[in-house]
Design a protein around this ligand. Sequence first.
Ligand code: RB5
Length: 145
Amino acid sequence: MIALASDHAGFAYKEKAKELLTSLKIPFKDFGTQSTEASDYPDYAHAAAVSISQGECDRGIFICGTGVGMSIVANKHKGVRAAAVESVLATEFARRHNNANVLCLGERLLKWEMAQKIITTFLDTGFEGGRHERRVNKIHSLTSC
Ligand code: RB5
């Protein structure tokens, strides 16, 4: 189950992401927002990140104007590893090396075609494990988050 979240600045891409996930037959849960009316990104990022931290959702796609605010909030939550990325390559390594479980995108920074490629890369790329597993474990063991 994919947790989706956006503020007003990411709302249009969240709706497009829902269409994409539906076409791929991947289940999702939408944590809002539900319009382009001005809203506060922490409200939606916190709610969606809790769903990952508590195991209700496996991964998340969080979208705001830049992806930065969403990632700052998401990374406050235990077990969440959020990556704000703007390229396919960074997304690939965020999965392979960091086992990122939340993808943060900036609707104001990316054309939808690129955002779509980044989302499918996030969904399709696995974690390499091995030495990276030791490092990822240290993220959580040394910061209690
Ligand atoms: C909203 O104007 C904008 O600040 C927000 O979407 C996000 O980019 C924050 O990181």
